[in-house]
Design a protein around this ligand. Structure first.
Ligand SMILES: Nc1ncnc2c1ncn2[C@@H]1O[C@H](COP(=O)(O)OP(=O)(O)OP(=O)(O)O)[C@@H](O)[C@H]1O
Ligand SMILES: [Mg+2]
Length: 498
């Protein structure tokens, strides 16, 4: 018996066909992984299933019952739940309030005690380790995600759609999350799980459906699958994802950080230099001062202790714009809020951060022709796939958004590039592509600070690696001088072990 049957789904956006006759059959009680490159049509298909978008044609059945023109509310009533990547929680409210609120129709009284009991019981059943009365604002990203899952389960969801839930989680959180999926499956839930990580897919999936360019390639049993084969199905040909980091002579210091206090209670401050033609990687679980480091270097938050200089110039007191004018390209970790204006066109997004440059704006007037030309060149060079320059940046697939940002920040000859979580949410091909770009920039002599929660990124790209833990650098060495095990131990805070 199928929990979900989607047949020949077609969905167009203007002249672009995002879903081009997709069929997806999900069995009751299975974990079904949905794979595909950025832009393959996964989120579109799930938004259709959940009633957020309407398909142009094709049939949908939920538990054997045909559904048409359904709203998300109707989908919820049929036992469907969706966990979005952007959480929809109220920080000032407690866990149980977030779970229960919005559910009771107006005028109903909420029985506080009973609600807390019910929410706690559900949390315990799936080993969520949440306290129903804790305020949501105090929770880590991973814990907030559990609240989102709890919301769907509390509302009676039997079929749960999760669109890239692991993209925001640290490696240990991912492990716990996969355990939760298994617990939910054991409890009879049906799960549709979207991820770009083949390792996660192979660890939990019962069956896997691969999409490519808006079509379903095939559905296979996970037991018979290998990462190589899946990658091939996603991309459409054999993939070679090896990357080489040839020797590169480093030049003079471009960025110098001295005695910076990242977290108020850090045991010590951090200091390092990054030189021309060098990639300096910051390894560690997010939340250990990465965000503070990023924001202090860019002048987005004040640094109360320590000094930052770029090319010998003290920038500690300068604002973001002045710093950028010294030649800093910035790839922010928060792509949607810091790097792009989602509802603006690609052309306008290209201009972001360059609005003070004479090349594009003169006497306060935007030189549209010049912007268009430069943006067009960038889109070709960096392989940004879009319907046209007028498309809103927010409707590009994640990979294409990131290529746009990286391309924009690498143009106009920066001396220093601050690359934060540059491959988050990207498919394997796009990751490879961004890696190549970063290595190319290194070869051109740019100094690159790479902050990434992905250890493979750090290891493949960095000349030197520093491990950040609770706001402190536990060790900084040449890449070759670390073993993988040592980095793992340091990331977990075991400084004595190495
Ligand atoms: N509202 C929209 N308007 C125009 N095009 C859209 C819209 N939503 C999606 N698209 C396009 O449809 C294609 C499929 O997008 P979708 O978000 O479904 O991809 P995805 O498989 O989820 O990719 P990712 O892995 O990057 O999340 C993309 O090329 C995207 O640009
Ligand atoms: Mg998506």
């Amino acid at each position: 018996m199928y929990a979900v049957e989607m047949k020949d789904i077609i969905k167009r956006f203007g002249s672009f066909t995002a879903n081009n006759g997709i069929t997806l059959l999900v069995k009751k009680g299975e974990i079904h992984c949905l794979l595909g490159e950025n832009g393959a049509g996964k989120s579109t298909l799930m938004n259709i299933l959940f009633g957020l978008y309407r398909q142009d044609s094709g049939e949908i059945r939920i538990n054997g019952k045909s559904v048409e023109n359904h709203s998300p509310l109707a989908a919820s009533r049929m036992g469907l739940g969706m966990v979005h990547q952007h959480f929809m929680l109220v920080d000032a409210l407690s866990v149980w309030e977030n779970v229960v609120v919005g559910l009771e129709p107006g005028g109903f009284r909420i029985d506080r005690k009973e609600s807390i009991r019910k929410v706690q019981e559900l949390s315990d059943r799936y080993h969520f380790e949440l306290n129903a009365e804790e305020q949501v604002g105090n929770l880590s990203v991973g814990m907030k995600q559990r609240v989102e899952i709890l919301k769907t389960v509390y509302r009676g969801a039997e079929i749960i759609i999760m669109d890239e839930p692991t993209a925001v989680l640290s490696p240990p959180e991912v492990e716990q999350f996969l355990m939760i999926l298994r617990d939910m499956r054991a409890d009879g839930k049906t799960i549709i799980f979207i991820t770009h990580k083949l390792k996660e897919t192979l660890a939990v999936a019962d069956r896997i459906t691969v999409l490519r360019a808006g079509k379903s390639v095939s559905t296979i049993e996970a037991g018979n699958a290998s990462a190589r084969e899946l990658a091939g199905m996603m991309v459409g040909h054999e993939v070679d994802l090896e990357i080489e980091r040839p020797f590169n002579e480093a030049g003079g210091a471009v960025l110098s950080v001295e005695g910076l206090r990242l977290l108020p209670n850090a045991a010590s401050t951090v200091s390092f230099d990054i030189r021309e033609g060098e990639i300096f990687g910051i390894a560690g679980v997010e939340g250990n001062g990465q965000k503070q480091l990023e924001e202090m270097i860019m002048g987005l938050i004040k640094c109360r202790e320590g000094r930052i200089s770029v090319l010998g110039k003290d920038v500690t007191k300068l604002g973001t714009r002045k710093r950028r004018q010294l030649g800093i390209g910035y790839i922010p970790s928060d792509r949607l809020n810091r790097a792009l204006l989602s509802s603006f066109s690609l052309e306008d997004n290209y201009l972001l951060g360059k609005q003070f440059s004479d090349n594009y704006v003169r006497h306060g007037i935007v030189r549209h022709k010049a912007v268009k030309e430069a943006a067009g060149t960038l889109m070709r060079e960096y392989d940004v796939r879009a319907a046209g320059m007028d498309q809103a940046a927010g409707s590009l697939s994640g990979g294409n958004q990131q290529k746009l940002v990286v391309g924009r920040e690498a143009s106009d000859e920066p001396k220093l590039i601050i690359a934060c979580q540059p491959v988050r949410g990207l498919d394997i091909g796009a990751i490879h592509y961004i890696h190549e770009i970063l290595l190319k920039l290194r070869k051109e002599g740019k100094a690159i600070l790479l902050i990434s929660a992905e250890l493979t990124d750090i290891q493949q790209l960095s000349d030197r690696i520093a491990v950040l833990y609770k706001g402190e650098i536990l060790a900084a060495r040449k890449n070759e001088d670390f073993t993988e095990e040592e980095i793992g131990l340091l990331i977990a805070g075991h400084r004595e072990a190495v």
